[in-house]
Ligand binder design. Structure first.
Ligand SMILES: Cc1cc2nc3c(=O)[nH]c(=O)nc-3n(C[C@H](O)[C@H](O)[C@H](O)COP(=O)(O)O)c2cc1C
Length: 299
């Protein structure tokens, strides 16, 4: 299947931060079955991440504040990419800059050293060190980063990963489309917190964290529906997807592809089982191809 400049074998990918750099999952997952793998975000310099505890289970959903713990882009290109490019599936790199300029410098580095990547996802859901807020809370900043990264890395399809922590995600998605993104991925985690009242302390070392898992699916569906109404850009849905029914719901709502995230932690084979079951589900709707069902939900 093709959308934007992106070509995938099927619409089921695994989400950044929930699948390591794929090596960790090799025992559980037949990579050849996946539509693609998005490895953990890399930053320009290595980062140690946040003070622990970094994850906590809540009554409905998981909170994490990993803080982009990673070994940096140079290490990714030298150590992880040579392995990733041997995988029989599409690999979508994922980068986060601390500033707009850093995003562009990283995209330029991927342009020269990122052979083997199928696309580049821009994690715009992280805080802008210069401005203090998440990049993708501001449509103008989003448009500018996408446009500049596209200029710096002209050959790779670009996916702008959006934060749901905004009043109107439609405006940010429109800006990403305007900047030349091939697709948006929606959404990253929802900011929340957990409290230990006996110790009178937040549970997470970072105080706040991002909520993910099946609990956020209705919120992600609504975000995807809002973006789909723009009819401006293909959508890769992410947020609480764990089953075939979840995937079908996102496809008819308007997503062209999906990413399985938190489900990988408790059911690493979920994505592969979904891929196996997808053709039957499409036939149930009288469709042969994914494209035939995308956005077909009645208003
Ligand atoms: C532990 C953890 C780490 C994550 N790390 C990243 C990351 O490094 N980069 C990124 O773009 N998204 C990251 N995410 C967000 C997921 O890719 C996904 O957008 C989000 O969790 C919603 O999907 P889900 O409910 O299926 O998990 C992380 C999520 C979790 C749970």
């Amino acid at each position: 299947m093709t959308f934007g400049r992106l070509r995938l074998r099927n619409p089921v990918l695994v989400a950044s931060g929930t699948f390591g750099y794929a090596r960790e999952m090799a025992l559980f997952v037949d990579f050849a079955k996946l539509g693609g793998v998005v490895p953990k975000t890399v930053t320009a310099a290595p980062r140690a991440g946040n003070t622990p505890p970094r994850t906590v289970e809540t009554a409905s959903g998981m909170l994490n504040a990993i803080g982009l713990d990673n070994d940096g882009l140079d290490h990714f290109l030298a150590h992880h990419l040579p392995y990733l490019r041997t995988l029989p599936t599409a690999v979508v790199g994922n980068i986060a800059g601390k500033t707009e300029d850093e995003f562009v410098e990283m995209a330029a580095k991927v342009h020269t050293g990122g052979q083997g990547l199928a696309a580049l996802e821009l994690n715009l859901s992280c805080p802008n060190v210069a401005g203090g807020t998440d990049f993708a809370t501001d449509p103008d900043v989003t448009r500018r980063i996408v446009r500049r990264c596209r200029d710096a890395c002209p050959d790779l399809p670009l996916v702008a990963k959006l934060t749901p922590n905004v009043t109107d995600i439609q405006k940010v998605a429109a800006a990403a489309a305007d900047g030349g993104a091939d697709a948006v991925s929606a959404v990253n985690t929802f900011v929340g917190m957990a409290v230990d009242w006996k110790r009178r302390r937040p549970v997470l070392g970072n105080v706040t964290g991002g909520l993910s898992g099946p609990a956020i699916k209705p919120l992600a569906l609504r975000a995807v529906w809002r973006i789909a109404r723009l009819k401006a850009i293909p959508i890769i849905a992410v947020g609480g997807i764990a089953t075939l029914d979840d995937v079908m719901e996102f496809l008819v709502t308007g997503a062209s592809a999906v990413q399985v995230g938190t489900a990988n932690f408790y059911d690493p084979t979920a994505s592969v089982r979904i891929v196996d079951a997808l053709p039957d589900a499409l036939r149930t709707l009288g469709a042969e191809r994914v494209a035939d069902v995308v956005g077909t939900m009645s208003p």
